[in-house]
Design a protein around this ligand. Structure first.
Ligand code: NAP
Length: 280
C-alpha cells in the first residue's frame, strides 16, 4: 500500500538502531494484513523529546530497544504490571493518545522455547541476570517453569532470582556443580559479535540439558548451540525470540492475529541480506 494522508506511523526507538531487523518484520506484517501503516527506525538520544514528539504526532506504536527500555517507563501514562516487575518496556501502544507500556520479550522467550517443548513444570537454567534475563525469567516463571539463575556477578543473580522465587548461583564450573535441568537458556552476551568462539559455561555443563536456547542471534549458531548439537540436544536460536516478541507487538498494536509466517520470512530475508552485505 502506498502511504497516503491516512497512513499510521509505527517505529522503533533506540541508539544505535540501524542494525534493527524489526522494520523488515513489521512492514511485511502491515502489508500482508492490508493495513495502511508504516514502521520506521528512529535513532534516538533525546528520549523525552522523542516521546513528546511521538505523542504530538499521534504515533500509533513503538518498539523500544537499548538503551531506552528502562528509562522510557517514566515517560508513559501507564505500564503493565509484568513490565513494571521486569523493570523494562519494549513496546509502547498509543491508546487514544495515552501511552501504554508493556514487555513482549517475556512472552516472546516462552513462545520461542515452546516450539521445542512445553515449559510448564520444566526445570530451566537461565544464564545471565541482565535486562533480557529479567524478561526471560519473568516469562518462564509465569508460564509455570521452575527457574535457576546463574550469573557471573552472583549478587545480580540473587536479586533477580529472589524476586521471582527462583534459585541462583555463579557461572563458573565450581558454582554450577550441582546445577542441572531440562532446559538451558543463555541470555548473556557471551558468544556474540566479535568473540563468536566464546561460550558462557564449561562445554561439559551443556550436556546436562535436552533443550538449549540462546537468545544471541549474531551469529545465528553460537558456540553454545554448536556444543549443544554435539551433545544431541534440541536447539532454539535467538531469532525465534526476536520473531515471537515482534508477533506479540503486532497483536498488541492492531488487536489482530499477526501474520507470523510472513514476519518469519521477512526476518530470514533481512538476516540473509545483512550477511551478504558482510555485517553482523
Ligand atoms: P545486559 O543487560 O548488558 O546483560 C548482559 C549479561 O551478560 C549480564 O548477565 C552479564 O553478566 C553477562 N555477561 C557479559 N559478559 C560476560 C562474560 N564475559 N562472561 C559472563 N557473563 C557475561 O544485556 P541484555 O540486554 O540482557 O542482552 C544480552 C544479549 O541478549 C545480547 O546479546 C542481546 O543482543 C540479546 N538479546 C536478544 C533478544 C532476542 O529477541 N533474541 C532480545 C534481547 C536481547 P554480569 O552481570 O556479571 O555483568
Amino acid at each position: 500500500m502506498i502511504p497516503d494522508a491516512f497512513t499510521e506511523l509505527y517505529g522503533i526507538i533506540g541508539h544505535p538502531v540501524r542494525h534493527s531487523l524489526s522494520p523488515a518484520m513489521h512492514n511485511a506484517a502491515f502489508r500482508s494484513a492490508g493495513l495502511n501503516a508504516v514502521y520506521l527506525a528512529f535513532d534516538v538520544e533525546d528520549l523525552a523529546g522523542a516521546l513528546e514528539g511521538a505523542r504530538a504526532l499521534g504515533v500509533k506504536g513503538m518498539s523500544v530497544t537499548i538503551p531506552h527500555k528502562e528509562a522510557v517507563m517514566a515517560h508513559l501514562d501507564e505500564v503493565d504490571e509484568t513490565a513494571r516487575r521486569i523493570g523494562a518496556v519494549n513496546t509502547v501502544v498509543n491508546r487514544d493518545n495515552r501511552l501504554f507500556g508493556l514487555n513482549t520479550d517475556a512472552v516472546g522467550a516462552v513462545r520461542a522455547l515452546e516450539e521445542a517443548l512445553p515449559v510448564t513444570e520444566k526445570r530451566i537454567v537461565v544464564l545471565g541476570a541482565g535486562g533480557s534475563a529479567r524478561a526471560v525469567v519473568a516469562g518462564l516463571v509465569s508460564a509455570g517453569a521452575s527457574v535457576h539463575v546463574a550469573n557471573r556477578t552472583v549478587e545480580k543473580a540473587r536479586t533477580l532470582a529472589s524476586s521471582w522465587g527462583a534459585s541462583w548461583s555463579g557461572l563458573d564450573a565450581e558454582a554450577l556443580k550441582g546445577v542441572s535441568g531440562d532446559v538451558l537458556v543463555n541470555t548473556t552476551s557471551v558468544g556474540m559479535g566479535p568473540k563468536p568462539d566464546a561460550i558462557p559455561v564449561p562445554p561439559e555443563f551443556v550436556g546436562r540439558f535436552q533443550v538449549v536456547m540462546d537468545i544471541v542471534y549474531a551469529p545465528l549458531k553460537t558456540m553454545l548451540l554448536a556444543v549443544a548439537e554435539e551433545h544431541g540436544a534440541a536447539t532454539v536460536n535467538g531469532l525465534r525470540m526476536l520473531l515471537h516478541q515482534a508477533v506479540a507487538q503486532f497483536e498488541s498494536w492492531t488487536g489482530k492475529e499477526a501474520p507470523k509466517k510472513v514476519m518469519e520470512e521477512a526476518l530470514t530475508e533481512a538476516v540473509g541480506r545483512r550477511k551478504a552485505e558482510g555485517c553482523k
